[in-house]
Design a protein around this ligand. Structure first.
Ligand code: GLU
Length: 217
């Protein structure tokens, strides 16, 4: 169960996300990645240490001021780039800490409805469920709410979407998640050290809470 950071504000998100993940390195991890919404969802991932993700970002820089990052400690699926988070399906990107206990059943149902999976993780199920709910007409917040209802297990989940480019949606169940407030920029993270450089104004989410994080609050 590893590191999560999300950012929305006036600054470039990528360096803030990587620095936030660096402050969560003490937890250990096997791969890392980030996704930023700017027009489309832009994904960058790397196996191994954060310096490998740094190298990917030097090679393929990404701009934009709303994004999510993750350091993964694999529970389901090997430590590969495809299994690293974020997981992107269509317009949706998610990061997840925890374990989806009913992922095999959900995956089978989603496959039967035509979904194609690109990782071995349990977490990718979230991205497909949210995408499916969006296609049925729900906005990102409603889609996240509808998706978590189908999940048995533990999660700190953060979702972004190019269809909803001003908001980060996050929720938790038996995994830590903290919100950080600063002037004109706001954060979500799996642990406080990721945020301390930016703010000490933090709120710990409770199980079942859902937060909508925007530039304004
Ligand atoms: N169960 C997820 C995976 O294996 C999340 C692991 C984590 O919490 O880092 O990808």
């Amino acid at each position: 169960m590893c590191g999560i950071i999300g950012y929305v504000g006036p600054q470039q998100a990528a360096p803030i996300l990587v620095e936030g993940l660096r402050r969560l390195e003490y937890r250990g991890y096997d791969s890392a990645g980030l996704a930023i919404v700017e027009g489309d969802v832009h994904l960058r991932r790397a196996v191994g240490k954060l310096r490998n993700l740094d190298a990917v970002l030097v090679d393929k820089p990404v701009t934009g001021s709303l994004g999510i990052g993750h350091t993964r400690w694999a529970t389901h699926g090997r430590p590969t780039e495809n299994n690293a988070h974020p997981h992107v399906v269509g317009q949706v990107a998610v990061v997840h800490n925890g374990i989806i206990e009913n992922h095999l059943a959900l995956k089978a149902e989603l496959k039967a409805r035509g979904h194609v999976f690109s990782s071995e993780t349990d977490s990718e199920v979230f991205a497909h469920l949210i995408r499916e709910a969006q296609r049925a007409g729900l906005d990102l917040l409603a889609a996240v709410r509808a998706s978590v209802k189908q999940i048995k297990g533990t999660y700190a989940l953060v979702a972004i979407s190019e269809a909803d480019p001003e908001r980060i949606i996050c929720t938790r169940e038996a995994q830590p998640m903290v919100l950080g407030y600063a002037d004109g920029q706001n954060f979500v993270a799996s642990d406080v050290p990721a945020l301390l450089e930016h703010t000490r104004d933090v709120v710990f989410m409770e199980d079942g809470d859902v937060a909508v994080v925007t530039r304004a609050g």
